[in-house]
Design a protein around this ligand. Structure first.
Ligand SMILES: [Zn+2]
Length: 87
């Protein structure tokens, strides 16, 4: 009788362990999926660097007004190179 009780307890513990692991994984997957959907950079406007022709998100671009027009660059170096190339 004692051995059967021990076996039953072990089986129950194993099942509980599996359920806890499964639900734990499901939670992690849900969090990951939510983060991917909620990515702030997705859907953001891309602007083209007129010097190196790279597309950069508007919020990360280096903005400089040239001849009354706003120009977006991927970096300050590109802006300076662009300015010296157009002198
Ligand atoms: Zn650039």
């Amino acid at each position: 009788m004692n051995i059967i009780k021990v076996v039953v307890i072990l089986v129950v513990l194993y099942i509980v362990y599996r359920i806890v692991r499964m639900t734990g994984r499901a939670k992690v997957d849900k969090v990951k999926g939510y983060r991917v959907d909620d990515k702030p950079s997705s859907g953001e406007d891309l602007v083209q660097d007129p010097f190196c022709r790279t597309y950069v998100p508007k919020s990360q671009a280096y903005l400089r007004e040239i001849d009354g027009r706003e120009q977006f660059f991927c970096s300050r170096e590109c802006c300076e190179k662009y300015l010296s190339a157009n002198k």
